[in-house]
Each structure stands twice: as C-alpha cells, then as structure tokens.
Design a protein around this ligand. Sequence first.
Ligand SMILES: [Zn+2]
Length: 272
Amino acid sequence: MVKDEYRMTVWPGQRVPVGRVLVVPVTVENSGSSETLGDAVSWRDVPDELYLRELMDLDLSDARAISAFTATYGVLGRMDWSLVPDPSSKRGGATDPSLIKLQRRLKREAQAWPAGERKRRMSKDAIVYHARLLRDCVRLLDARQNGGEAKLESSLRLEPAELFVPVVLNAGLTAYHVYVDLPDADLHVPYGPPRPNLYSALCLQMANHIAEAAVYRRCANESCGRLFVRQRGRAAGSRERRTEGVRFCSAGCARTQAAREYRRRKGAKGAQ
Ligand SMILES: [Zn+2]
C-alpha cells in the first residue's frame, strides 16, 4: 500500500525520453590494478528497465561482472561525485560518513593516476557506490508499493528516510536539462548538448516509472523472481505493452514456468 502522505510526483508529470547515453572508453581502477574497457566513443541505447533488471542482478562483489556491465552499458556514475547527494552538505539532510572516507581515499589514490587521464578513470568502488544508491531506491519503492521492509546496502542516510528516493534521483537527474543550439550556423553553443551518464539515464528510467505510477511486479517463474514493470521479449519496440495481469518478466520466463508446471502435472499423473 502506498501511503498517501508520501505520494511521489514527477515534474513535468510525464515520461521524458531517456535517449542514448554517451559511452566512452574508461579505465576502471581496482586496488592498484586497472583495466581499460572499450576503445571508441559511441552513443548507445539503454535497454528498458535496465535499472530494475541488469542493475539489480549485478553481483557487486564480482569485479569481473562489474567490468562486463561497464563495457556493455557504460560507466555508472562520475568520479567527481557530481551525481550523488553531497553528504557533507546539511541541505537535504544527507549523511554518509563512509562516503566522505571513500572520497578521501580515492582522491589520494587518484594522485598516482597519469595527469590528463583522470577524467577517463573510475574507481570500481565508486561504481559500486553509485550502484548501491540506485538499488536502494528500487528496494524502497518496492517496499512502498508491495509492503515489506527495504534492506538497504548503501551507507547514505536521510532524515526523514522518505527523502532518500527523491534526493538521490534529483541529484542524478541534473545531467538532463533543456538546451538551445545553433546547429545550422556551425556556431555551436559552447560545451554542447547534455551528455548524460548511464547513471543519470537510470535515474530517469526510474523517475519515468514514478511519473506513470508503474507498479513493480515479481516474476512468477520460480527460478527468477526478478522485479519488472513490462514484459521483455514480446512486441519488442512497443512502449505501450500492457502491464496488467502480466506474471512473467520475459517470454522466456513464461515458457520456463509453463514447462515446469507441465512436468509437475505429468509427474503427478504418472504417480497416480
Ligand atoms: Zn523472470
């Protein structure tokens, strides 16, 4: 049950297209070792519900899984922490002593990075921090909609706790803004159009779900159980797929569970 006193709304009150994100080659640093992912700059589509599916599935204790995720979708977050709530600011009431410690350590470590390359480097621990914030937003939204307690994995705390989702998402959404250009005159406005990071794109995916009052469902395939809003793998490309009465996160999960139930019925008949 959603408590009316904490109903969330989104300005401008409708879905905003997520568009593509700029994926740049990035060097991911992890306790002294580093790995460069990607070799060209490209614009990529963000799969629907990425924040609800692949991000929730990601094993944050597995550095190789994080590298694979980063190589596929882009780097999650910015090393300058510009997309997360500032824990040392009293505005918004965010506190996170462990982020302050993490920022200090990473700043020290970054001094060893080659100058001029710092913008293309990201610490694995920073990616994990950004991932945890978004995953906690999902847990909080799921708990608000479907009941239960949200077990949070990030160390950010807000007072009151209901501020967590709006404060985290609003910090990430700052990358999206209205922009005016002069494309035909070859006189582009300095700094160019917004180039949202993957993290901001996932904040927008989540904000869009809040804007349409989407309900999180849990996949009824016993071996899946993932959260989803719309089924994947059916009527691909259509954003207006139905959400009512859908029990499975994908057509594959529907088939798997149907086969399982068929085997069970057959087994029960055979035992009679
Ligand atoms: Zn499923």
